[in-house]
Design a protein around this ligand. Structure first.
Ligand SMILES: Cc1cc2nc3c(=O)[nH]c(=O)nc-3n(C[C@H](O)[C@H](O)[C@H](O)COP(=O)(O)O)c2cc1C
Length: 180
């Protein structure tokens, strides 16, 4: 059978040299199914193994990069070395179909769930309250991430603007190629 869109089934080479077999990608999807300690569950590993055959690229559901930025309940975490065994198991399952996989890392910013935050404080690019949404209550107003000097990781950040002239992005999401 001749496919209508042959281009989809041709390999694609990225600028960094990575080549994928075809242009079909598994979209990132949060499944709310991590273990209580934020490691990946057997259920979610099975979910990946079932879906990764025959596609060119796998993108995982988002993984939280810091406890102040949790945007979804029961999502597997990536903010500490103790999660490496969990992430390694995810990488093996995500790559079990032969395609490379990327880990989507995520910080919910002003839309973080304050009840999930150990310090009870959320941080964002701007100290502006997000409206309540399907996952967040809209309370409290986040601390400006550059003004929050208590965080070691932010201590050497540049001086924040006194009056941010406009609101900047409330949630960050990046992709990291899974090599482990
Ligand atoms: C249940 C569910 C979970 C999702 N989780 C994520 C996620 O973790 N990260 C992300 O960037 N997009 C996420 N998305 C968005 C999807 O990757 C996709 O972009 C979106 O569903 C649009 O595609 P569609 O029109 O085929 O549904 C999610 C979507 C759904 C329905």
């Amino acid at each position: 059978m001749k496919p209508n869109y042959p281009e989809i089934f041709r390999p694609l080479r990225f600028a960094n040299g990575l080549t994928i077999d075809n242009r079909l990608a598994m979209a990132p999807m949060t499944t709310w199914s991590a273990n209580p300690d934020a490691s990946i569950s057997e259920q979610e590993l099975a979910y990946y193994r079932r879906r990764v055959k025959g596609i060119g690229l796998v993108i995982t559901g988002c993984s939280h990069v810091c406890p102040e930025g949790i945007g979804f309940d029961a999502e597997f975490a990536a903010w500490d070395d103790r999660f490496l065994p969990s992430l390694r198991r995810l990488a093996q399952a995500a790559k079990s179909g032969g395609a490379p996989a990327v880990l989507q890392i995520f910080h919910a910013g002003s839309k973080a769930i304050v009840e999930q935050t150990p310090s009870g404080e959320i941080v964002s690019a701007s100290a502006v309250r997000a409206p309540a949404g399907p996952f967040n209550s809209g309370i409290p107003t986040p601390a400006h991430c550059l003004k929050r000097r208590s965080s070691k990781r932010l201590r050497h950040s540049p001086k924040p603007p006194d009056e941010p002239s406009r609101r900047v992005s409330t949630a960050w999401s990046y992709m990291v190629l899974m090599v482990f």
